[in-house]
Design a protein around this ligand. Sequence first.
Ligand code: IPE
Ligand code: IPE
Ligand code: MG
Length: 234
Amino acid sequence: MNIPNHIGIIMDGNGRWATERGKKRSEGHKAGGKTLEKLALHAKNLGVKILSVYAFSTDNFKRSDEEVSFLMDLLIQYFNGKLNRVCEEGIKIVFSGRKEPLRKDVLEAMENIVERTKDNKECILNICLNYGGQEEIVDASLKIADDINNGIIKKEELTRENFMKYLYQDLPPIDLLIRTGKEHRLSNFMLYQSFYAEIYFVDTYFPDFLETELDKSIEYFSNRDRRFGSVKTN
Ligand code: IPE
Ligand code: IPE
Ligand code: MG
């Protein structure tokens, strides 16, 4: 099987998973957290080098205060202990997104897990938190404008490749982009990095997207003929 180097997952459907089971939406987020831990370990064992996951979008601040604070508290629990296995198995954790307006205790927990895993070499788990793809492109453009003004880079030296170095994390492009939970849209996830991603939409709600579901998405990926704009010659 052809293993994608970089997988992106839009982890959607936690709320519907819970409501359809007569539970509170928060139960769905808890279940989603457990699934993420399993998927990160499984992806590492398969040889995936980077896993980028959409944990909280800039637009998710439009949700109720109750849901937002539940999610923030849950994320803190994950960064302060619930991801211990992931940390111990050599996975380096990085974040993509804006700091503002995240709470101080969330930012501290993020810094702690980044510091704790910074020397891990097996693979990278890039957690997109308070993340927006358009915001990322705007923020990169502002950094580029500064670098041009300060003579660090010349206008004519900017290319689509070195533009990527200005994004929140300097990562290779996404090869396989998965969205769980029935919707067929990007919802502002890693727009720049997904430019040639194979896209896999699956009805399964995120909490149920377990190891064998990830295997199926990789099998789908393996059967794609990636042409990158050229014409196949054989
Ligand atoms: C994804 O599940 C998790 C986050 C966006 C934080 P949702 O909470 O969007 O679940 P649905 O889409 O309402 O089912
Ligand atoms: C995308 O899901 C964001 C995350 C998975 C964190 P949403 O549930 O926020 O997306 P929409 O609102 O259905 O587009
Ligand atoms: Mg959703």
